[in-house]
Ligand binder design. Structure first.
Ligand code: ZN
Length: 232
């Protein structure tokens, strides 16, 4: 995974930040360049809060996996999201993959509900009226994290949910191949959208999804070939 910095450990899982994460604050500086130092500072704090929500999302996956006795090797934070590396998730139990994949977006939904409750209790508006309206911004950020991750763009959570649902009725390789092909279509749409609105992160996420979906298909194909050549 290249150079990375350990930032802590929770529930026995090491948390790392990948060196490419440096691009996230650089992107914030680029975006808030015209504003004041105060604006840039607030954007930086928002960035940290946003990635804290991403980290909690990954712990949602990791703790759901733990419930099924599946270990998490580590959690890595990258500029395009987090990655919980699970060890030995079984092809024989699509329902486990379904629950584990749902657990991440579920955490963001719970966080969004918590911010809604806080805003209701303090009788404030849900719409952020200024740049430092943290509870409002984080409410919408968590809603966005939940919805975006549920897009069936394998290997994003939504794609994994789709694969596990298909795997209940289809062979695992067929389910993976269908989900991965759909993932590649979404990946191309992400890239096209990113170019259209001139938002580089979408291009990056789209490219990542495309190559990751292709790699997963290749992996399944190799697995099938190995199974054929070694019938034992
Ligand atoms: Zn996730």
């Amino acid at each position: 995974m290249g150079w990375r910095l350990k930032i802590g450990q929770a529930a026995g899982i090491d948390v790392f930040v990948h060196w490419t994460f440096l691009f996230a604050p650089l992107y914030v500086i680029y975006k808030s360049w015209q504003g004041s130092w105060a604006v840039m500072g607030i954007m930086m704090v928002l960035l940290v809060c946003f990635f804290a929500c991403v980290l909690l999302h990954e712990f949602g996956h990791a703790l759901a996996a733990k419930f099924f006795g599946i270990q998490t090797r580590d959690i890595i934070i990258t500029p395009i999201g987090g990655l919980a590396r699970l060890q030995g998730i079984s092809q024989q139990h699509p329902l486990q993959e379904l629950v584990i994949s749902l657990a991440g977006p579920a955490v963001n939904l719970l966080l969004a509900f918590a911010f809604v409750a806080y805003l209701l209790l303090t009788s404030r508006d849900f719409v952020p009226d200024q740049i430092d309206a943290f509870p409002q911004i984080l409410l919408w950020a968590n809603m966005a994290l939940c919805v975006f991750n549920l897009v069936p763009a394998f290997p994003m959570d939504g794609g994994r949910i789709l694969r596990s649902l298909l795997a209940l009725f289809l062979p695992y390789t067929a389910a993976t191949s269908f989900a991965a092909n759909l993932g590649r279509i979404f990946a191309i749409l992400f890239v096209a959208f990113g170019i259209y609105v001139r938002e580089f992160p979408f291009v990056l996420i789209g490219s990542f999804v495309f190559f990751a979906a292709t790699a997963e298909m290749q992996f399944m194909r190799d697995l099938t070939i190995t199974n054929v050549t070694k019938p034992d």
